[in-house]
Design a protein around this ligand. Structure first.
Ligand code: ADP
Ligand code: MG
Length: 494
């Protein structure tokens, strides 16, 4: 059967159910045949056993004890009746317990130990035995005479071959099994049909999903969906909802980014037009320098946009978190910024005691520190102080960037983490993306960044709290079996 990938997955559920329904049948069927066979034998035995009992009873009635000796008066017609069976051979004999044949067929074997209670005269018992390769069914009874010794008690036995019984049993089995050859394929067909009907909602659901526009993220209607599929559709809808939010955020971001890019580009264009008209070489050089500064600024904005997009997108390399020493990492970043701080006449300091292990991504954490230090230096006038600090109490590791610059109000402190939000866009320069990036990275480390007015009075303090990372305890040392040996051996060379 040629199958497309779609119909392949569809078939497997169908096949699975079918297999689980029909495979047990393969076990149940032989079992049912065995049962049928057993019960058919029982049923077939019943009427013929009845006849056999009557024969035994009839013969037993003909045995008379005359003066302590048994005398069998069986009319010839009765003997003929016994022989009259068309299919089976019927035998009988009257014997004493110790094996003396009184009457009947010589070819019948003498009974050895017979089950049953011999003293219950008239009670008829049944048994199976094999004789001369023939299966025989026996009915027998005792004629007990308490005045005689036990071995002289008389046994009357009638036996017949089991041909009739086998034939009847086979007929019963056939009449039960044969209809099944029609019924079982019919049942399989009905199950097949019912299954394909029952699984139709799945096909319908697939068609609904396939028929969707690529951009359609609206939820799938659960109205006609069967109960069992509803959780699946709901989970799918929840995923669509998340995707929709994501796409919307992405679209908003792209729109914001485009808007933000327009401002520096417009500035560049104005400056370029200005430069074109300029004839004085000195003024032209100045205009070109302005353009270079503008390009730098635009470049920085693009870089930040990319950083944010990458951080949010969670590129695989940036999702890898590993144990690292935050104190060492921050010291490196601070070292990179010393020259910038000196240029601005700001005292950039670093405080930490020992190492501070956390679980994190070095690339992202460097990006975070860069943005916080950049802000502190940017919003602190010359002559000010910026201190990067690591506090470690073994439970949590705190990164603090403290400055004594222009500071921040309580109300603004929340808003500044939003993208493109800037407190004083006219007076200072920036993209408004720095803290958004910081927050995104903090969140990826299971934390939240905050910016608060500096409790020391002037300036602001940026804080990010991380969970401290503890090295797992080393495995217990293997017991050293040889240590005892080493201790006892005398030191070499003394
Ligand atoms: N250390 C700080 N001191 C005072 N204000 C700050 C500080 N850091 C950030 N801000 C305020 O938060 C705003 C947003 O910061 P940020 O997201 O880094 O964007 P940008 O620095 O590009 O403006 C800044 O415009 C500034 O007003
Ligand atoms: Mg900034």
């Amino acid at each position: 059967m040629a199958t497309t990938p779609g119909s392949d997955t569809e078939r497997s559920l169908f096949g699975e159910i079918l297999d689980w329904m029909l495979a047990p049948l393969l076990f149940v069927w032989p079992l049912s045949i065995a049962f049928t066979h057993y019960f058919a034998n029982n049923v077939a035995n019943f009427p013929y056993d009845q006849a056999l009992r009557e024969h035994v009873a009839a013969i037993a009635r003909q045995v008379k004890l005359v003066g302590g000796k048994p005398v069998l008066t069986l009319p010839a017609s009765a003997r003929a009746l016994l022989r009259a069976d068309e299919t089976d051979s019927v035998y009988f004999h009257v014997v004493t317990q110790d094996g003396k044949l009184l009457a009947g067929d010589k070819e019948l074997p003498m009974p050895s130990e017979l089950p049953g209670d011999a003293s219950l005269s008239g009670e008829i018992y049944l048994r199976d035995a094999e004789y001369n390769g023939q299966d025989l069914r026996f009915a027998y009874t005792w004629l007990a005479d308490p005045t005689l010794p036990r071995e002289r008690w008389i046994v009357v036995e009638v036996a017949e071959t089991t041909e009739k019984r086998t034939q009847l049993a086979n007929k019963i089995v056939a009449s039960v099994i044969l209809p099944q050859f029609v019924i079982i394929p019919l049942a399989v067909m009905l199950v097949w049909f019912g299954l394909s009907r029952g699984l139709r909602p799945l096909t319908r659901l697939r068609q609904t999903i396939e028929a969707r526009e690529p951009a359609d993220l609206s939820p799938i209607a659960t109205r006609r969906v069967p109960e069992e599929l509803e959780p699946l559709v709901e989970a799918f809808n929840a995923m669509l909802e998340r995707m929709k939010k994501n796409v919307e955020a992405q679209q908003r971001f792209v729109a914001d980014a485009a808007h933000q890019m327009r401002t520096p580009l417009t500035g560049l264009k104005t400056q370029a037009q200005f430069a074109i008209r300029e004839t004085d070489p000195e003024a032209l050089r100045h205009a070109l320098r302005q353009i270079a500064v503008g390009v730098d600024r635009a470049g920085r904005l693009v870089n930040q946009l990319l950083t944010l997009a990458r951080t949010e997108g969670g590129e695989p390399a940036q999702q890898r978190h590993e144990p690292l020493d935050l104190a060492a990492l921050i010291r490196e970043v601070v070292e990179d910024w010393v020259m910038v701080a000196i240029d601005k006449g700001i005292d950039l300091g670093y405080e930490a005691e020992g190492d501070a292990m956390i679980m994190g991504n070095a690339f992202l954490l460097r990006e975070m520190a860069k943005n916080l230090i950049d802000n502190a230096l940017r919003y602190t006038p010359g002559g000010g102080h910026v201190t990067c600090r690591i506090l470690n109490n073994q439970v949590s590791v705190v990164l603090e960037v403290e400055d004594d610059g222009i500071g921040i109000s309580e109300e603004q402190a929340e808003l500044v983490f939003e993208r493109f939000y800037r407190v004083d866009d006219a007076m200072t320069e920036g993209s408004g993306l720095g803290l958004a990036i910081v927050q995104e990275i903090a969140m990826q480390h299971g934390s939240r960044a905050s910016l608060r007015p500096n409790p020391q009075g002037r300036g602001a303090v940026a804080r990010v709290v991380f969970a401290a990372w503890q090295a797992p305890p080393p495995p217990p040392p293997e017991p050293d079996d040889f240590s005892e040996l080493y201790r006892q051996s005398p030191p070499i060379g003394t």
